[in-house]
Design a protein around this ligand. Structure first.
Ligand code: GLN
Length: 501
């Protein structure tokens, strides 16, 4: 179904230049959320009154007509593992039930300073561990393209919200694909920035050497605008980089002349669904027709990326999640029979507060870090991680970006894989390498399967070269036939008016 209007941040700003107020824009999106969220369950908290107050403040400030504030008055949805002062932040876990942080994450501070209006918190897999949002204490999000399917995860709520036009832009976090995979499943654009490009201060840590916050939007241009707003060094995060932040939106105007794009054809030989392969080959043909040279890149260690990731990520998670013990944050199990027994309180809190997938990761990670296994698993995984990075370094001597499908399949049915964790983990084959290497990676809508479900095209770039990824993707997006379409269940179809018309 072609969208009458794409509703980008620029559309919203144009409407404001024509006299619409931030309060009107915000009300329209809130009305859509009210109409659609029961079916999709993208939001776990809707900011309502608070959002309208923030929008009124933007109207009073005049930022909405000031070009220096391209996000002023633009609604945004935030994944629930990013700290928001005065709003619940639970990472979709029972153990953080009722937790309201006393401070904003750095990305939130920057968004507020830019005049963006936070309309709510979105559903995710518990502590961002998963690929479907099924591991959420509040139940799964549904894919707006087909409500019987998963939206992907772990940032599935953010991706579904944008795809269904419940929010024009959103933030997610990506530790092993959690922005790119749901972007692919929901037919939108998602970017994992280079490790260190965006401050992690205020992000509830899953695996600290892999986590990055990043943008979701309907278009590459909007991803560029949102990245520009949140990127840059932060004294509160020692791993944030001092690397210069280019003007991402401005750089979109200069397409990459005759790019060379590497494709790891060997890696794509096994385990990729035929429909995804077909869409990918078509996408590569479009890139070629635009003047790109396509070359084969071997990436010989990429086949080890999933087992490497599933040692490193749980190891770091087991350490990061030790802090949830019932003492400082959120949920505490009711006292046991012996009220003075601290261990019992810890154990009961963690036993009833964490879900099964989180417990599985804590156990895997604790095992991989324990005496006698540390060298065999954790150290080995770190060594393989270096080999994977070297493969990419070698590839980038010849290519401007590496392209591959974001995922080996399109969105699958709710419940279809939840009983088979290994099969679920295998679906991360194309996304985890970018986290293990720290490299930036972007997923852009790359066609549809015969039933109309979105397929993602992924570009991986050189460290701190998000600008090239954005330019390549923007160029691709111009000629790709599907990007202006929207899901049949979307809010626009429900008769809630277009806020920009
Ligand atoms: N699907 C991966 C996992 O389950 C990635 C999660 C993420 O990026 N947060 O760990």
């Amino acid at each position: 179904m072609p969208a009458p209007d794409v509703q980008t941040t620029a559309d919203i700003r144009a409407a404001m230049a024509d006299g619409a107020t931030a309060v009107e824009i915000c009300s329209t999106y809130l009305a859509r959320v009210a109409a659609e969220n029961d079916a999709i369950h993208a939001f776990t908290h809707v900011a309502g009154e608070q959002a309208l107050e923030d929008a009124a403040a933007v109207d009073a400030s005049g930022q909405g007509r000031d070009a220096a504030f391209p996000l002023a008055g633009v609604p945004i949805a935030i994944k629930d593992n990013i700290s928001t002062r005065g709003m619940p932040t639970t990472a979709s876990s029972r153990i953080l039930a009722g937790f309201v942080p006393p401070y904003d994450a750095t990305v939130i501070e920057r968004l507020r300073a830019a005049g963006a209006v936070i309309i709510g918190k979105t559903n995710c897999d518990e502590f961002a561990m998963g690929s479907t949002t099924e591991h959420s204490v509040s139940g799964p999000t549904r894919n707006p393209w087909d409500l019987s399917r998963v939206p992907g995860g772990s940032s599935g709520g953010s991706a579904a919200a944008v795809a269904a036009r419940l929010s024009p832009i959103a933030l997610g976090s990506d530790t092993g694909g959690s922005i790119r995979q749901p972007a692919a499943f929901c037919g939108i654009v998602g970017l994992k920035p280079t490790y260190g490009r965006v401050s992690r201060y205020g992000l509830l840590a899953f695996a600290s050497s892999l986590d990055q916050i990043g943008p979701f939007a309907l278009t590459v241009a909007d991803v560029a605008v949102l990245l520009a707003a949140i990127a840059g060094p932060d004294p509160a995060d020692a791993t944030s980089s001092a690397e210069k932040v280019p003007s991402f939106p401005a750089s979109l105007g200069e397409p990459v002349a005759h790019p060379t794009i590497g494709v790891p054809w060997k890696l794509l030989e096994d385990g990729v669904d035929a429909d995804v392969s077909t869409a990918f080959t078509t996408a590569i043909d479009i890139l070629r027709s635009q003047g790109a040279t396509i070359v084969d890149v071997p990436l010989p260690h990429a086949v080890y990326a999933v087992p490497t990731y599933y040692v490193v990520a749980p190891a770091e998670a087991s350490s990061n999640l030790a802090r949830y013990d019932g003492v400082r944050f959120g949920f505490r199990a009711p006292a046991g029979p012996n009220r003075s027994d601290l261990d019992t309180m810890y154990n009961l809190t963690r036993d009833t507060g964490f879900g099964d997938e989180v417990k599985r990761r804590i156990m895997l990670g604790t095992y991989a870090l324990s005496t006698g296994y540390y060298d065999a698993y954790y150290v080995k995984a770190q060594q393989v991680r270096t080999l994977i990075r070297r493969d990419y370094d070698t590839a980038f001597e010849r290519v401007d970006a590496v392209a591959m499908p974001t995922t080996p399949t399109v969105a699958f049915g709710l419940g279809e894989r939840s009983a088979d964790p290994l099969r679920m983990y295998a679906g991360d084959v194309f996304t985890v390498s970018a986290n293990l290497t720290g490299l930036p990676a972007l997923s852009v809508p790359g066609g549809r399967d015969p039933s109309g479900l979105p397929v993602g095209l992924q570009f991986v770039g050189r460290a701190f070269d998000e600008a090239t990824l954005l330019r390549l993707a923007a160029n691709y997006e111009r000629d790709a036939p599907c990007w202006r379409e929207f899901p049949p269940t979307a809010a626009l179809a429900s008769g809630i008016p277009d806020p920009t018309s």
